[in-house]
Write a protein that binds this ligand. Sequence first.
Ligand code: PRP
Ligand code: ZN
Length: 195
Amino acid sequence: MQSKITIAIQRKGRLYENSKNLLIKSGINFSANGERLLARSSNMNIDILLVRDDDIPSLVSKGVADLGIVGQNVLAEQAAANNKITAKPLLKLGFSKCKLAFAKPLNSKLRSLKNKNIATSYPALVKKYLIKNSITAEVIKINGSVELTPYIGIADCICDLVSSGATLEANNLVEFKSLMDSEAVLISPVTLNKI
Ligand code: PRP
Ligand code: ZN
């Protein structure tokens, strides 16, 4: 019998449906219904862990999961912030495409990031970008509703995910620079590559 493989996918959210469907299309039968956080495949020696997407890089880096499906944005941010995150992308999966981009209010005269306050949920990637471009600026970490921050006086601009662009538009923001493109990727512990 094949040894067991553990795969971590997002439990709820933007990656969930596509991740589940990809595993099912790959021939792995399992049901992920309700509140169950561990799904055992009925036809293969595979366990599916249903977790928060931000926990996937760490679970895979530690080898708790052999494979994971996560956004490149989450993997890149965690890898930039923590050298224990060593999980490696194996394959781009073609869904959950978006970009991480800087945006400012429509009426803003901002022309450069220099000495600006930048609100983001991706502080490590933004700091890396600023260092690479020799820009001094303040990075403010915020976990959600980043698009609100220019209007409550805590940021001049933001750096956040843009998918359809609807959230920027609804909040009178306009993108002025893209930092990275992202999509869902299959990741594995770095050690898998040594086999
Ligand atoms: C994400 C992201 C953007 C929005 C982009 O937010 O942080 O705000 O989606 O998608 P769009 O370009 O299609 O509008 P999410 O809905 O996950 O909420 P949160 O950031 O407040 O957690
Ligand atoms: Zn958001």
